[in-house]
Design a protein around this ligand. Structure first.
Ligand code: GDP
Length: 448
């Protein structure tokens, strides 16, 4: 996500910070490059131009701030402006379910944008928040859509309301209201018909459903990979049915970011979620501030923590934390942490969110190591150790290493490598928990 834009911006800021004092000339030259980088990322021309103008204005006004270096000042202003362009922090990007239940969320969008998948993802997301959603198959235009939604609903154990082929979409939506009440469902998600292109009939159908059902949320599902085309589609839909928000899908792909960075400024419609994969849990609430720091390569610690909270066994985590504080982190804890990390989903995605690790994660070797059987190796090696060895790794001498490698079917080098990795992690954790050393410094830098 945003990899090439990130890289470009990073290069520009690295150049800047290499210089002591910045002249207006330096700043202008850097901002010219920022504008080009934005346009290469397929950001709308006007948005890019306005962006750079605002940064320039602020940068000139900010001359007096003493604590940051000039380059840091420019970076921090660019960060602020990025947050602004992505939708600011006005809270409008939150889903609104404050109406009388059942609250209705209507999804609209072109065929192939990911509408049906998003309906299921959204239902899954809401279920995790303690809501009781009902999915409604009202896309009668794409033949496979109804079955696709039924299959996804079954997988997630979420009911799907559907009718026979040929039924009228408006009727289906109206009937689903009764069904929701019968089944004690408090949120209704309508998957409405898409078309390959915007056409009169689709818009009319969408308008009819909107008028009859009065949904609390009308969300456009748009494919971020289509760049400026997504912005145009959003504009058209917004004019016709007045959207309350958007879901940008396929943000995991090589989307250059143009859609995400332009769509809010051009249409005024807030982005509420982003789709980051094909699976039903690959949906994230949209936070402008977090995305901005991700784009600027500053990592996204908050999303990471949130995802960790969802998947990590809290009790285990507390135990590990207590041990850490007592300086007793051992190989068993190491194995547990690795297992927990693995449960958090593709490790690469996790690494991308950690400051400093995002560059590592982009390396192909790293990808292989993370996606492959690395954890199985680690498990095999640690499980071949005696309890005493796991608790007190410092006693693992040469002959013990030999035994462990034989027992786990690995080479001595691999055992050494693991112990080295563990040693590094222990040092890092010790430094962070005592607040001393370079790792602690790095952690402070990102957690404030
Ligand atoms: P619809 O015609 O709008 O209902 O589109 P679908 O829900 O059938 O999605 C079209 C294709 O896009 C499917 O292959 C989905 O798996 C894929 N898709 C949807 N959302 C995402 C996403 O966030 N990331 C990725 N990589 N693929 C997605």
């Amino acid at each position: 996500m945003f990899e090439s834009l990130s890289k470009r911006l990073e290069g520009i800021f690295n150049n800047l910070s290499g210089q002591g004092k910045l002249t207006e000339e330096d700043v202008n030259a850097a901002l010219r490059e920022v504008r080009i980088a934005l346009m290469e990322a397929d950001v709308n021309l006007k948005v890019a131009r306005k962006f750079v103008e605002r940064v320039k204005e602020k940068a000139i006004g900010a001359n007096v701030m003493g604590s940051l270096s000039p380059a840091q000042q420019v970076l921090s202003i660019v960060n602020e402006e990025l947050v602004e362009v992505l939708g600011g922090s006005d809270g409008k990007n939150k889903l609104d379910l404050s109406g009388n239940p059942p609250n209705i969320i209507m999804l609209v969008g072109l065929q192939g944008s990911g509408k049906t998948t998003t309906a299921a993802k959204l239902a899954n997301f809401l279920t995790k928040q303690g809501q009781r959603p009902l999915l409604v198959a009202a896309d009668m235009y794409r033949p496979a859509a109804v079955n696709q939604l039924k299959t996804l609903g079954k997988q997630l154990n979420i009911p799907v309301y559907a009718e026979q082929a040929g039924a009228d979409p408006v009727d289906i939506c109206v009937h689903s209201l009764d069904y929701a009440r019968e089944q004690a469902r408090n949120v209704i998600i309508l998957d409405t018909a898409g078309r390959l292109n915007i056409d009169e009939r689709m818009m009319q159908e969408v308008m009819n459903i909107r008028a009859r059902l009065q949904p609390q949320e009308v969300l456009l599902v748009a494919d971020a990979m289509t760049g400026q085309e997504a912005v145009r589609v959003a504009d058209d839909f917004n004019q016709a049915v007045s959207l309350t928000g958007m879901v940008l899908t396929k943000m995991d792909g090589d989307a250059r970011g143009g859609a995400a960075l332009s769509i809010r400024s051009v249409t005024g419609v807030p982005i509420k979620f982003m789709g980051v994969g094909e699976k039903t849990d690959a949906l994230e609430p949209f936070y402008p501030d977090r995305l901005a720091s991700r784009i600027l390569g500053m990592g996204d610690v908050l999303s990471l923590i949130e995802r960790a909270q969802e998947t990590i066994d809290q009790e285990e985590a507390l135990k590990a934390q207590a041990k850490l504080q007592q300086g007793k982190f051992d190989l068993e804890d190491f194995l547990n942490s690795m297992r927990q990390l693995k449960r958090m989903g593709p490790l690469r995605g996790v690494m991308e969110m950690i400051p400093g690790f995002n560059k590592l994660a982009a390396m192909p070797e790293m990808e292989e190591a993370l996606e492959g059987d690395q954890l199985k190796f680690i498990e095999a090696i640690i499980l071949s150790m005696t309890k005493e060895e796991r608790r007190n790794p410092d006693i693992i001498n040469g002959s013990r290493r030999k035994r462990i490698s034989r027992g786990s079917g690995t080479t001595i080098q691999e055992v050494n490598q693991l112990l080295e990795q563990f040693g590094e992690m222990r040092t890092m954790i010790r430094q962070i928990s005592t607040g001393k050393g370079p790792w602690a410094q790095l952690a402070r830098q990102y957690t404030g």
